[in-house]
Write a protein of this length. Structure first.
Length: 435
């Protein structure tokens, strides 16, 4: 059957190349393929499955809704499912955090939430340029792609990508240089050539960009700079929001007040397409229908999102569990980093193990791990970072088992790497797609 994929699916396909098998079932943190092999999922739909695959209570709610002839498609007309979602989101997420936001439903993908955010920021400020950071990832449609750092992704545009000023992310110049000193200097200098932007768009932890963590001090100072220059602050919490760091929003413990927040990936709770652009009320300057779309009310996602909020965000249980599991992962990764000249970094349950000096190691480990029943992706400019993104609900046993497989894979790859007789390269370890 992968023959069918190879023959019919466009060359643009990607994850099937990294994980070349045909999956038939998914439950919690386990994926099963057609041969009955089980894989522990440390990828979780790139963060779209924070509560695991086919979460039973969400699935029950979804089946009940379908069985009751609930509305599936409604453009952005009002449905009971939408009202329930808005009320629940307000009661369980916004109000307890004293966050006053209008909820916008852009199209159902992350890049849609970002497009809406920058469109609105430009409209509100009457400025064109948006500051995005080195190694940023904000999506693949032209506006979001212009914000994205990755060269190969940007090259796919086939046209100029503009309206963006690129500035260095936290730590980009090494630990001793504050990238914000540079930013403040150029923004204060009327002859620097860099004008005050409409907005700064930032990921608090760059997921695709290599699990680069922005420090609290950096983010809080960025907020001050934005305010001083009349620019909006947009937090793209698409990958690291919805509990990934242990709090619902990744920045909740910090003293920052974003003007716009983008959410997608895990907001439906079930892996269904759904995105939100949260807007500070004073800047909700849209005209009716000014940013439109056919799929702006995914009722099935409303149902599972509501259920996920009720189940996981009515108390502190999930947050505490994430923090406990995060410590477990950090400890293991730090050990591996020390043993194998890597760097461990991350926050909550997004953590990375970077091999800056031997970038191809990460890819080889990912392949070896897959052979041994673990799905783990790489990220970073050179694919040098193994990115751990398990479901927040993963059991400690599955987490331990996944970490064991990872450790075994690193040991094996490093042994080959250190054996001079064996010429070791990334291409050599490429796994063929079996048919
Ligand atoms: C995945 C992602 C996006 C894009 O979301 P899509 O649903 O793939 O369009 C944008 N920003 C961040 C931080 C992401 O991780």
């Amino acid at each position: 059957m992968t023959k069918t994929i190879d023959r019919l699916e466009s060359e643009v396909r990607s994850y099937v190349r990294s994980f070349p098998t045909i999956f038939t079932k998914a439950e919690g943190s386990i994926l099963t393929d057609e041969k009955g092999r089980e894989y522990i999922d440390f990828f979780a739909g790139a963060g779209a499955l924070n509560y695991g695959h086919n979460e039973p209570d969400l699935r029950d709610a979804l089946i009940a809704y379908l069985g009751s002839m609930g509305v599936t498609h409604s453009l952005d007309m009002a449905t009971e499912a939408k009202v329930e979602f808005l009320k629940t989101f307000d009661e369980l997420i916004l109000q307890p955090r004293e966050m006053d936001f209008k909820v916008m439903f852009p199209g159902p993908t992350g890049t849609n939430a970002v497009e809406a955010a920058i469109k609105l920021a430009r409209k509100v400020t009457e400025r064109t340029s948006v500051v995005a950071f080195t190694n940023a990832f904000h999506g693949m449609t032209l506006g979001s792609l212009a914000l994205t750092g990755n060269e190969s992704k940007r090259n796919g545009a086939g046209m100029d990508l503009h309206g963006v000023t690129r500035l260095p992310f936290c730590g980009y110049m090494g630990d001793d240089t504050s990238t914000l000193d540079y930013m403040e200097a150029v923004l204060a200098d009327p002859s620097s050539g860099i004008d005050a932007p409409a907005a700064f768009i930032v990921e608090t932890i760059q997921g695709e960009g290599g699990v680069n963590v922005a420090s609290r001090a950096w983010l809080e100072r960025l907020q001050k700079i934005a305010k001083r220059h009349g620019s909006l602050l947009i937090v793209d919490d698409i990958q690291v929001g919805c509990g990934r760091t242990g709090t619902f929003f990744s920045f909740e413990d910090y003293d920052i007040q974003p003007d716009i927040i983008c959410l997608s990936k895990s907001i439906s709770g079930y892996g269904l397409p759904f995105a939100l652009t949260l807007i500070r009320p004073g800047i909700d300057d849209w005209k009716p229908g000014e940013h439109n779309g056919t799929f702006r009310g995914n009722n099935l996602a409303f149902v599972t999102a509501t259920e996920s909020l009720k189940k996981y965000w009515s108390d502190e249980k999930l947050s505490k569990a994430v923090k406990a599991k995060a410590e477990m992962v950090m400890e293991r990764l730090t050990g591996l980093a020390n043993r194998f000249d890597g760097v461990a970094r991350g926050r909550g349950l997004i953590q990375g193990l970077a091999f800056d000096e031997m970038p191809a190691v990460a890819d080889a480990v990912s392949k070896e791990a897959f052979e041994n029943g673990l799905i783990i992706e790489t990220s970073g400019a050179h694919g040098e970072v193994l990115k751990l993104l398990p479901a927040l609900t993963i059991s400690e046993k599955e987490l331990e088992r996944g970490l064991d497989i990872l450790e075994g894979a690193i040991e094996k790859v490093m042994k080959e790497h250190r054996t001079p007789s064996k010429s070791w390269s990334a291409s050599e370890s490429t796994v063929e797609i079996q048919s």
